[in-house]
Design a binder for this molecule. Structure first.
Ligand code: DGJ
Length: 695
């Protein structure tokens, strides 16, 4: 593993793959290979004069970072405007720096004072490369970027790939969409100011792949705002994917001497989807999640939203907190409704003071009750928003995005604060800081319930920078709060999973996956969330949600929610003693297995859609402990028994577990290659099997 430079080739060797770049001074930066390791002597320097019919050479190249200019007509990563009106770029390779596991390639414009730095960082034990791009204006006159993407990837060979992204909505986040890209272009994007519920700032490209085999290429953009993932395949069969901040309505200006680093991206190649998931999960914990709690098991929390909605008070919350404590919850989060004049969603956002009618003795009374029950206390905020019916809006109507000649449309009766204004940023920071300082609060759920619109912001010299600056302001405020309150955990929420991207996960410890807490829908949502995000960040509640009248049993709900960061959210006041006991039993079990779930490796053994049974095996790092979750909704007769191969186990160890009334004591090899039969007889069949290696 490592990076070396030889004969004009830059060779990046990850654990199992090789990424080869060729660059010569004054020329382009080419990608030559991304796949299994080869002998470097066998590579040829690309012929810079290559010319095919009327296609000028740059369109035929597999460039590492393409730009708009000259006779290049394919999609490109960078587009700039110089102060004299020239809108052409001519970047050429000018040098490099190799610093351990980090390679920087430098490019310079032939005429204008613009420099670019392409950075590649490798990580021991991973097939992942962290890429980023920094642009510097080394002159005096302003340079404006109209498109500034984070990375460009040329996928190997010229056979078509299937590109996987998501296409969801509120309540149906992370639903996969897979398109065979034989020609033309395919764009996944957000123009909403948040990464959103629909497409994802990521992609997976594959050929003939399944859990264990086939070429799988992937990338995740570390960004929570407008993005685009632009995939195309041309007549030569080159599949390019360019991803970064969306060029739609985009602009970013650099004055003389200024630099800008675009959001980074993590890219990788694995054999099979399973290895991709495991690498991203481990990478997330070791190198990406905020350092405060990345190595700490996340608590089992209770959230009051589905039980009490806006109807919160000391007495009602204390009553439910008592039940939550009985079940073994470690943290009690009071959701929306505790502040300003908040009775429903028409008023109060922006007024982050405790509602005196609901909490006549202040908030500390409730917090003390919660703490006396042995739980930490957490609070909901929606900092980027304001209701027109609020003290904040009455005092500062100009703090919300708007154009004076246009209607500022409300969604959920609220407007978005102009987060690019320093005074707004300061106000939000102070409000949260005061609450966290004055009250013993250990958890912040940061919500965001509407997309940006009518983003008029007279304060900005380049108003189209709003899309970047809004998101950056959110990150900065969260980082500042975290520095001052290092013992507080932060959850990213946006009407469910509208902001659960790798950008958010660099600042927040976890994300709210979806407001859809129906256990069966959750199987699909969670499977695709966990496909390319760290598992421990996936908050999963057991609730009373019964949208489809399918009366899913409590045990089944736990089976699904325990596959992520387990939480409770039902109206526990209405639970029978037996149901509270069931909750207690599962919370106890979860605490026993949570290290394996939150820090282990996931092996997807059976898939509900394909096999009628969902079976996920989580294994700890040294493969000595595992937990297997099996669930089936309603299997058909032929599916009563399904052979399940326990991938991931150590061939030579003997594993012991009880399943379906029988004790198994078998070698890892037997369980993996011969497999065992899953007997999913009942409707809502579910089993949680603890597996231990014999010492
Ligand atoms: C949307 C979130 O997804 C819910 O969990 C809840 O916090 C509500 N907002 C509160 O308004």
């Amino acid at each position: 593993m490592g990076i070396y430079v030889k004969d004009g080739f830059f060779v990046l060797e990850t654990e199992n793959t090789q990424y080869v770049i060729a660059a010569e001074k004054g020329g382009a930066v080419h990608n030559l290979h991304w796949g299994k390791k080869c002998r470097i002597e066998d590579f040829d320097v690309p012929d810079g004069t290559y010319f095919l019919y009327n296609l000028r050479m740059r369109d035929c190249f597999r460039e590492e970072y393409s730009f708009f200019g000259g006779t290049a007509y394919e999609n490109c990563a960078l587009k700039a405007r110089f102060s004299d009106g020239c809108r052409e770029l001519e970047l050429e390779f000018s040098g490099y720096r190799l610093d351990g596991n980090c390679l920087k390639l430098f490019l310079k414009d032939r005429h204008y004072p613009l420099e670019a730095e392409l950075s590649y960082e490798l990580f021991d034990g991973f097939d992942i490369i962290r890429r980023s791009v920094t642009l510097t204006n080394v002159g005096n006159d302003e340079i404006v970027f109209e498109k500034l993407m984070s990375c460009e990837l040329n996928l190997p060979g010229n056979k078509p790939y299937t590109i996987k992204n998501t296409m969801g909505n509120w309540g149906s986040e992370c639903l996969p969409v897979e398109t065979g890209l034989t020609g033309g272009s395919l764009v996944f994007e957000s123009r909403r100011g948040i990464s959103g519920h629909s497409n994802s700032p990521s992609f997976i490209a594959y050929r003939n792949a399944d859990e264990k085999s086939g070429d799988v290429y992937f990338a995740n953009l570390i960004w929570s705002g407008n993005f685009s993932v632009e995939a195309s395949r041309d007549i030569r069969g080159i599949t390019r994917v360019i991803l970064g901040m969306n060029g739609f309505d985009f602009e970013y200006a650099l004055k003389g001497g200024e630099s800008f680093t675009a959001p980074a991206a993590i890219i990788g190649r694995t054999v099979g989807f399973g290895e991709m998931t495991r690498q991203l999960n481990r990478y997330g914990i070791e190198h990406h999640l905020p350092k405060y709690f990345n190595e700490a098991p996340l608590p089992v929390l209770y959230n009051s939203w589905e039980a009490t909605a806006f109807d919160v008070s000391t007495a009602a919350q204390t009553e439910i907190a008592k039940k939550a404590a009985q079940t073994g919850c470690e943290l009690f989060v009071m959701d929306d409704g505790w502040f300003g004049q908040r009775k429903d969603d028409h008023a109060g956002l922006g007024d982050w003071y405790v509602n005196p009618e609901k909490f006549p003795n202040g908030l500390d009374e409730l917090i003390e009750n919660v703490n006396a029950l042995g739980m930490d206390f957490g609070l909901w905020f929606e900092p980027e928003m304001v209701n027109p019916d609020s003290d904040l809006f009455r005092a500062h109507p100009d703090w919300a995005y708007h154009y004076s000649t246009r209607t500022a449309h409300e969604i959920r009766n609220q407007l978005v604060l102009n987060m690019t204004m320093p005074e707004v940023q300061e106000y939000i920071f102070e409000c949260l800081d005061v609450m966290l300082t004055k009250h013993n609060t250990k958890y912040v759920k940061w919500d965001m319930n509407r997309s940006l619109s009518e983003t008029g912001c007279e304060n900005l010299e380049h108003p189209r920078e709003v899309w970047y600056r809004h998101v950056k302001a959110v990150y900065d405020i969260v980082d500042r709060l975290r520095e001052k309150h290092p013992d507080v955990q932060f959850e990213s929420c946006s009407s469910g999973g509208g902001r659960c991207d790798w950008g958010a996960l660099a600042h927040f410890d976890m994300a709210w996956t979806s407001d859809n807490t129906d256990a069966i829908d959750r199987i699909k949502i969670q499977k695709n969330y966990a496909l390319n995000r760290p598992l421990k960040t996936m908050r999963a509640w057991v609730t009373d949600r019964n949208w489809y009248n399918r009366n899913v049993p409590l045990e089944f709900k736990f089976n699904i929610a325990m596959r992520g960061a387990l939480s409770l959210g039902g109206n526990l006041n209405k639970y029978t003693d037996g149901e509270i006991e069931t909750c207690k039993k599962y919370v106890e079990l979860y605490k026993k297995i949570r290290n394996t779930v939150q820090f282990g490796d996931l092996y997807r053994l059976l898939d509900l859609e394909k096999d009628e049974i969902s079976a996920d095996l989580y294994l700890n790092g040294d493969k000595t402990e595992g937990v297997l979750f099996i669930a089936a909704v309603n299997t058909s007769c032929i599916k009563e028994a399904e052979t399940m191969y326990l991938d991931g186990l150590d061939d030579d160890r003997i594993y012991v577990f009880d399943y379906d009334g029988k004790r198994y004591e078998k070698s890892g090899a037997y369980l993996k290659y011969r497999g065992i039969e899953v007997i999913a007889r009942a409707q809502y069949y579910n089993a949680v099997v603890e597996i231990k290696a014999k010492r």
